[in-house]
Ligand binder design. Structure first.
Ligand code: TA6
Length: 309
């Protein structure tokens, strides 16, 4: 099956193969993409091999309340082979945002192509650990990016989501690299949401031609907001119900995005009625935190997402 290794993952009581037509029939999509569904005592997650994209994650971790959705998948997301999927955790790689050469895809190409499932196992804490590889350009570069590189994404799925990313420059000259784990999170009331952990940080404002500004206090949402925060502390909290903590290691940028009413309405896979249901709080290396990766060198980073407390 496309996106999995020669064999599909070995059968296990906690994971199984499925497809988007079965799991998301209401989305009425063009293609039915293969999916992996994890159902363990700690969580339920759905992952697309296209982009190694975690789409949904329900945590059963809190005893005090119902199940917690850590991610937002747009109710109008479209499953189309080779096209970005709106929601969950798309991976922007090997560049974040628009490329300075016209015609190249926004946020790179790794989110639009199949990754290979390299391994699936349960660890001793009851987490499901999935390892995904993006190795097809390690020996022959992609037509849009003249450096040979490979990537591996490890997902540890339990009450929290732990994502570990390793990117290797397999080429002979320094490779420009920007990336983000572009995670979408549900919010109960956009007007009341605050993002903590960014006060005092400089940001590039993408609604003002990337003008550099400094954050005062918590981030609030009063219309379109699209910012690359630079050199941020390890942890941010999305103060909503339930509050989410996002901790990053070796990913100094935090990108915060909500399209606002007009842009949400213009996005076919969001729509005016769903634009207030989410914010993105992404961690990575973007803007002036972009990297140059030496020949043969690797960059490792991780992001952990969970309910606070
Ligand atoms: O991360 C914020 C951002 O770069 C915004 O500028 C906005 O365009 C968003 O990503 C979504 O991009 P996409 O290509 O997935 O529609």
């Amino acid at each position: 099956m496309t996106g999995f290794t020669s064999a599909s993952p070995e059968n296990h009581p906690w994971w199984r193969l499925s497809d988007s037509a079965t799991e998301f029939p209401q989305h009425n999509s063009v293609d039915s993409l293969p999916l992996l569904v994890v159902e363990s005592p700690l969580c339920r997650s759905v992952i697309a091999p296209q982009g190694a994209q975690l789409l949904t994650h329900t945590s059963y971790g809190r005893t005090t309340s119902n199940n917690d959705q850590l991610l937002w998948l747009s109710p109008t997301a479209l499953f189309v082979r080779g096209k970005p999927l709106r929601g969950g955790v798309p991976l922007c790689l090997p560049w974040f945002g628009p490329h300075n050469e016209p015609g190249k895809p926004q946020h790179g190409f790794a989110r639009n192509e199949d990754w290979q499932l390299l391994g699936a196992q349960a660890d001793s804490d009851g987490n499901v650990v999935l390892s995904w590889g993006f190795g097809q350009y390690a020996s022959q570069p992609h037509p849009e990016f003249p450096w040979r590189f490979s990537a591996r994404l490890t997902m540890t799925l339990g009450t929290r989501i732990e994502l570990g990313l390793e990117i290797q420059n397999c080429d002979t000259s320094p490779m420009p690299l920007s990336w983000a784990l572009h995670s979408y999170h549900p919010v109960s009331d956009l007007a009341a949401v605050r993002v903590r952990g960014l006060a005092g940080c400089d940001y590039l404002d993408n609604t003002r031609q990337l003008e550099r500004r400094r954050q005062q206090g918590d981030v609030q949402f009063n219309g379109e907001l699209d910012r690359i925060y630079l050199s941020v502390p390890d942890e941010q909290v999305i103060a909503t119900e339930p509050a989410l903590s996002i901790r990053g290691s070796n990913c100094p940028s935090a990108i915060v995005w909500n399209p606002g009413h007009a842009k949400a309405a213009a996005l076919a896979d969001v729509g005016a009625e769903h634009g207030r249901e989410f914010i993105c709080l992404e961690r990575g290396n973007a803007g002036t935190n972009a990297l140059s990766l030496d020949a043969g060198a690797s960059h490792r980073a991780s992001v952990s997402i969970g309910v606070t407390g």
